[in-house]
Ligand binder design. Structure first.
Ligand code: ADP
Length: 217
């Protein structure tokens, strides 16, 4: 059973690493941000109040994400493990998760992606994504071959609604105030924490570091 928690600030590359990990390990990627955005797109299970919080870059209510994650982790495809991305993000969520795992005698492994502040800003402000296939780009750090178009399917790239400067500031602020303490909590709770420097190297190199640390366990 592999319960992996990817931990890091917005723009630390959690989503990218989660995708690499899930492809390789054959376990699902559980991203609360993705689940919430999907809910907004389909108009299911996300209240206007929750959607407004997401747009403003502030955290949605604990109970909303806790219920969502619990439901997701109970699906058959998560029976052998999962990669959590963007959860837990508050102490209450962390307590909820460790309680849930504890009851099932599952120990979590936390991967902390540590990234310098200026790198985070560059990544978030330049981030684009293909609305059709989800391939991520960055206009400065990883530009597409043709300006603003996806290399794979030619679709016009889009910017996530919450990647505007004032919203980025709110998200980083929420991370500092509400999410940072979660790492300490998980460490003290007996979870294994793997520290990974994810500032400078391409995603594949960061991924190799994670794999090595997981194998040395
Ligand atoms: P980020 O790049 O900021 O890590 P995410 O895609 O993980 O973005 O989340 C987008 C938004 O969804 C957050 O700003 C927040 O409003 C909401 N959200 C996602 N996960 C959580 C969570 N665990 N607790 C509360 N709100 C969340």
């Amino acid at each position: 059973m592999k319960a992996i928690v990817l931990f890091g600030s917005p723009g630390s590359g959690k989503g990218t690493q989660a995708k690499l990990l899930t492809e390789c390990l054959g376990i699902p990627h559980v991203s609360t941000g993705e689940m919430l955005r999907e809910g907004v797109r389909r108009g299911i299970g996300v209240t206007p109040k929750t959607a407004a919080k997401m747009q403003a870059g502030i955290l949605v209510k604990d109970e909303v994400v806790e219920a969502m994650v619990e439901e997701r982790l109970s699906q058959p495809d998560a029976a052998n493990g999962f990669v959590l991305d963007g959860y837990p993000r508050t102490l209450a969520q962390a307590e909820h998760l460790t309680g849930w795992l504890g009851k099932r005698h599952i120990g979590e492994v936390v991967i902390h992606l540590a990234v310098d502040y200026n790198v985070i800003i560059a990544r978030l402000t330049g981030r684009r994504e293909c609305p059709r296939c989800g391939t991520p780009y960055n206009v400065v750090l990883r530009p597409p071959k043709v300006d603003e178009l996806c290399d794979l399917d030619g679709e016009k790239l889009v910017r996530r609604e919450d990647d505007r400067e004032e919203v980025i500031r709110a998200r980083l602020d929420a991370y500092d105030r509400q999410t940072c303490p979660v790492l300490e909590y998980l460490r003290n709770n007996g979870g294994r924490v793997i520290e990974v420097n994810a500032s400078n190297d391409p995603p594949e190199a960061v991924y190799q570091r994670i794999r090595q640390a997981l194998e040395n366990r």
